[in-house]
Design a protein around this ligand. Structure first.
Ligand code: PEP
Ligand code: MG
Length: 569
């Protein structure tokens, strides 16, 4: 079966199927409504105490982000509107406390279920999780406890709530499979943090499996084999062994500089979306943050983040990176990234539409609050600002003018900030790449965003599966343009990095070294592998190779020519 690879790793073992817990409650009428209200209050208090304890345990043992989920659960219990509605059902319809709670929560769940928004669906899962807990406390019913797993197993469930995941006996759980969920669901985030392989979004795997069945799973690719045959097992065990050997080999490079064998030094940085990813950056020896996608701070909430909220996040990120560069990209919303609380116009071509810097310059009110937060946080570390989607010089000049306006204002108020913060731009629109000699005179650095640059150069939507074969990082037109951007940047004495996915592609790293790219920014888990690759390369040899490759006519030829350089793919 194929699902979504949510947490990497290959595992084989017996499966333990957890069936969805559904309380069976009858609508037995009550006359003593006061007694029911008291029972409800007691169950609410007991649930809050349990959640407080879980919160403290998770915060200590796992992390702040995971703990925050339980804080949110406590807030659901404390939501006066929910409890008010439950009490109305008890008082007016003479329902028992548990039946009233179930009735009200089912109305909420139905409402959330129909919303076309992943965040809201996650909130529905939270409401179910909390109300199940209260019902358990009201009825004394036990949920099949995940602690009863007696031997090591891969668990399979319709979905796993944060409470389930946290209470799991991590020693016994070697993998996670769920019917529901996406790569950004709670269970996926938890599994990655706990480094347990996981495949989510499998549809109906819990119906196809029985506890005790043998399975084989690949958390990278999202494959699950039920009762795998000998050949499959052999193939995957070989892959697992190879991946583990490679991981140990890469890990030996921790603490070393990122240099080619002939001494050319580059910076290997990480792309992050939230500060929760910082531990992974540090664990993998990232030499900086090459791209902080700040739009994630604006998502999964119901209003814009304030200047203070942003300031705190940027400051903490810079401090945790201890002086290493942290490139923070200003809001890149629009295209495929929407904010639930900010209505966007209906557009024929959202990727060519009202997005990123265009939207920010049109809405200086909230753009300014982000710039102020960035400038202020810059006093506490090595923050650099980066503007996305710049397509003409006026946009860059306007953004810089706003930044200067804010600096003056901060000066007048005697607020602490970094007046000399480096300002860079993404090169992800062909016009900016072609005109990079001009732009290079007005910024401190470039970061090439291949994810968008490829789609704009080739006119291939990056998310359309029907034309996915045309979307390629090996297109000779892209490589020629990248070379031009790097040369133009260097001619003006600025550094040039890359934060699109191509920067972490083992087949492209050698050629980018040959072109003289200064900084590579990628997902944290790829950094040590990239260091290993370049430590086995000679810059001089790669420079010669660039000349040849740039003459190729097709992406296929480029890809073939580049596949031999690294030995590890
Ligand atoms: C890019 O376009 O290459 C990039 C890094 O930005 P995003 O993927 O966030 O659009
Ligand atoms: Mg982009």
């Amino acid at each position: 079966m194929k699902g979504i690879g949510a947490s990497p790793g290959i595992e084989k073992g017996k499966v333990f199927v957890i069936k969805d817990w559904q309380p069976m409650l009858a609508n037995n009428k009550t006359e003593n409504t006061n007694a029911e209200i008291s029972r409800l209050e007691r169950a609410l208090n007991k649930s809050t105490t349990e959640l407080d304890n879980i919160f403290t345990k998770v915060k200590r043992e796992i992390g702040d982000k995971e703990a925050a989920i339980f804080e949110a659960h406590i807030m659901i219990i404390e939501d006066p509107e929910l409890i008010r509605q439950v009490k109305i059902k008890i008082n007016e319809e003479k329902m028992s406390a548990e039946y009233a709670l179930k009735t009200v929560r089912d109305i909420y769940l139905e409402m959330f279920k129909n919303m076309d928004n992943a965040y809201m669906r996650e909130r529905a899962a939270d409401i179910k999780d909390v109300t199940d807990r209260i019902i358990r406390n009201l009825t004394g019913m036990e949920k099949k406890d995940l602690l009863v797993i007696e031997e090591k197993a891969v668990i399979a469930a319709k979905d796993l709530s944060p409470s389930d995941t946290v209470q799991m006996d991590k020693e016994k759980i070697i993998g996670i499979l769920t019917d529901d969920g996406g790569a950004a669901s709670h269970v996926a985030i938890m599994a990655r943090t706990l480094e347990i392989p996981a495949v989510v979004g499998l549809g109906n795997i819990t119906e196809q499996l029985r506890t005790g069945d043998e399975i084989l799973m690949d958390g990278d690719e999202g494959h699950v084999f039920i009762k795998p045959d000998k050949d499959i097992i052999k193939e995957y065990m070989k892959k697992r062994k190879m991946l583990r050997t490679l991981k140990t080999m890469y890990a030996d490079l921790k603490g070393r500089e990122s240099r080619t064998k002939d001494g050319y030094k580059v910076e290997l940085s990480a792309n992050i979306g939230t500060p929760e990813e910082l531990p992974a950056v540090l664990r993998n020896d990232g030499e900086g943050i090459g791209l902080f996608r700040t739009e994630f701070l604006y998502m999964n909430r119901d209003r814009l983040p304030s200047e203070e909220e942003q300031f705190k996040v940027y400051k903490e990120t810079a401090q945790k990176m201890e002086g290493k560069p942290v490139v923070i990209r200003t809001l890149d919303i629009g295209g495929d990234k929407a904010l639930s609380y900010m209505p966007m116009p209906d557009e024929m071509n959202p990727f060519l539409g009202y997005r990123a810097i265009r939207l920010c310059l049109d809405r200086p009110d909230f753009f300014k609050s982000q710039l102020r937060a960035l400038l202020r946080a810059g006093a506490y570390g090595n923050i650099k600002i980066m503007f996305p989607m710049i397509s003409c010089i006026e946009e860059l000049r306007k953004a810089k003018a706003l930044l200067n306006e804010i600096k003056e204002d901060l000066n007048q108020r005697s607020q602490v900030f970094n007046p000399d913060m480096e300002v860079g731009m993404m090169i992800e629109v062909p016009a900016a790449a072609i005109l990079s000699d001009v732009f290079a005179k007005e910024v401190d650095f470039f970061s090439i965003g291949t994810n968008d640059l490829i789609q704009y150069i080739t006119a291939v939507d990056r998310g359309n599966k029907d034309i996915a074969h045309l979307y390629t990082q090996f297109h000779p037109a892209l490589l020629r343009l990248i070379k031009q951007v790097i040369d133009n940047g260097h001619r003006e004495g600025i550094w040039v990095g890359m934060c699109g996915e191509a920067a972490g592609d083992p087949r492209l790293i050698p050629i980018l070294i040959g072109m003289g790219l200064d900084e590579f920014s990628m997902s944290p888990g790829t950094i040590l592998k990239a260091r290993w690759i370049l430590s086995n390369l000679s810059k001089k040899e790669m420079e010669k190779k660039v000349e040849n490759v740039l003459r190729y006519a097709s992406a296929e030829e480029v890809c073939e020519a580049l596949s031999f350089d690294t030995g590890v793919i």
